[in-house]
Structures are given as C-alpha cells and as structure tokens.
Ligand binder design. Structure first.
Ligand code: SF4
Ligand code: F3S
Ligand code: FES
Length: 247
C-alpha cells in the first residue's frame, strides 16, 4: 500500500534554519531513510544527509525522528500512523554543518585522547584470555559509532561547557573495555574519573536506551567502571599502597 506522508525536515546551516513541510510518497516496507532519499530525488535535490550502508552498520545516518535519537535506515515507516506528521532533525549535541549533517569531530577528538591498549611488554600470542573476558569486550565491540548515546546524554546535550571534560558514554565505554582487558597493563581509573568525566555520569541510562546495538552501556561498562574507581579510592589497603607508591 502506498500513501503520501507528511514530513517536516530541518533545513539550514550553522547560522540558521527551520522546519520545512514536505509531502512524500511512502511504499510498503520502507524506512525513514528511503523517504529522505525520495525527497532528495524529487523535491529537494540540495538536501544534505549522511549515510553509507542502509543496514544499521555504519553509524552515519543518526538523526532525531519525532525528537527521538534514531538511525534513519533502521526506523520503519510502519511504526508511524499514515496521517502522522513526522519530523526529522539533525542530532542536537553536535554542530550542524547543513540540513541533517552534523559535525561529529568532537567524538574523534575524544577517541584520540584515550591511551591505546598497553600490552605491558607481553608479545602477541604470549597470553590467553578466558572466554568470559572475550565476551565482555565483544559486547562493547558491537559499537557502530553512531554517537546517538553521546547525543542523548544530558551532561553534554545543551551543555557545551561540559564537553572539554566529558568523553561521553561511547568513550567511557572504550576506557572500561580496556580496563577490563586482562592483558592491558595500564591503570585507567584515574583518567576515566579526572580526564574523561566519569563522575559527571549519574547513570540516567538514556545512552543505553537509544543504543541501536542494544549494548548495556550503563550496566556493563559505566557502573563497573565507577565501582573500580571507588575501589581504588576507598579501599584502605589500596589507599595506603598508593600513598607508599606501590599500587
Ligand atoms: Fe551508537 Fe551504541 Fe556505539 Fe553509542 S554505544 S555510539 S549508541 S552503537
Ligand atoms: Fe549520560 Fe549514560 Fe551516564 S546518558 S549520565 S552517560 S548513564
Ligand atoms: Fe549506515 Fe544507517 S546508513 S547505519
């Protein structure tokens, strides 16, 4: 069944913009990205939109659909009523370049600031991991870097001033992944807390709710990381050891 859907799409650039009304044909089985492509092909050839895979795997097509952070290629039109007006706006936490395309370089800067895996002198092939440790990091490795979690986190959404000191859930999860790796020799607890703002996170779990890969960011990465930081700070043996410079 085909029908004509009412869309409001944000058009503009870093200076200013507005929601514009469009009526676009919808066919059975289509997703929001199909409609945006049809809009581009038939009515708005200059509409800027970023996408690559149309399979929920590249993380490029992040947007806010009716105010909810979503992947456009994984949002089925059948989840909306045919008479509903559907709004599509760029993700809000990062600056707009044009229309639906935002500048997500904040995330790449944060990624670069995290010290990489430290094998501590152990050569590849010289250590074995238990399956439970492999599975723990495999969950985090499902991340497609859509940055919807960083987009929705209240610490930096509408709080530009917090960005320098907060890596966002995606990269706090990366720190947790490395910290939990049995062969990683670095101690990442202080940098998580002091440099990357783990303490800003008050476990609202909004990041987990929007993750298209269903990664339990809060329960499996952020809370265990907080527990490790607390363990270091308040364990009297660790505290004494750190004063003596032996842990
Ligand atoms: Fe996207 Fe989930 Fe990765 Fe965050 S953790 S960037 S929401 S896939
Ligand atoms: Fe933000 Fe997720 Fe923590 S939304 S506050 S990082 S639980
Ligand atoms: Fe790749 Fe949507 S186009 S995730």
């Amino acid at each position: 069944m085909s029908y004509e859907a009412k869309f409001q799409v944000w058009r503009g650039d870093e200076g200013e913009g507005e929601l514009r009304d469009y009526a676009v044909e919808v066919n059975e089985g289509e997703v929001v990205l199909d409609i945006i492509h049809r809009l581009q092909a038939t009515q708005a050839p200059d509409l800027a939109v970023r996408w690559n895979c149309k399979a929920g795997k590249c993380g490029s097509c992040s947007a806010e659909i009716n105010g909810m952070p979503r992947l456009m290629c994984m949002t089925r039109m059948s989840t909306f009523e045919p008479e509903e007006t559907i709004t599509v706006t760029p993700i809000r936490t990062f600056p707009v370049i044009r229309d639906l395309v935002t500048d997500v370089s904040f995330n790449y800067e944060k990624a670069r600031q995290i010290p990489s895996f430290d094998p501590g002198g152990v050569e590849p092939g010289e250590f074995r991991m238990q399956q439970v440790d492999v599975e723990r990091s495999q969950e985090f490795r499902k991340c497609i870097e859509c940055f919807l979690c960083n987009n929705v986190c209240h610490v930096i959404r509408d709080h530009e001033e917090n960005k320098p000191g907060f890596a966002g859930p995606r990269f706090l999860m990366r720190i947790a992944e490395l910290e939990m790796h049995p062969a990683d020799a670095a101690d990442r607890r202080e940098i998580a807390q002091e440099d990357h703002g783990l303490g800003f996170c008050n476990i609202t779990k909004c990041c987990t709710e929007v993750c298209p890969e269903h990664i339990k960011i809060t329960d499996n990465a952020l809370i265990p990381m907080k527990e490790r930081v607390v363990g270091r700070r308040y364990d009297p043996v660790v505290w004494l050891g750190s004063k003596l410079g032996i842990v």
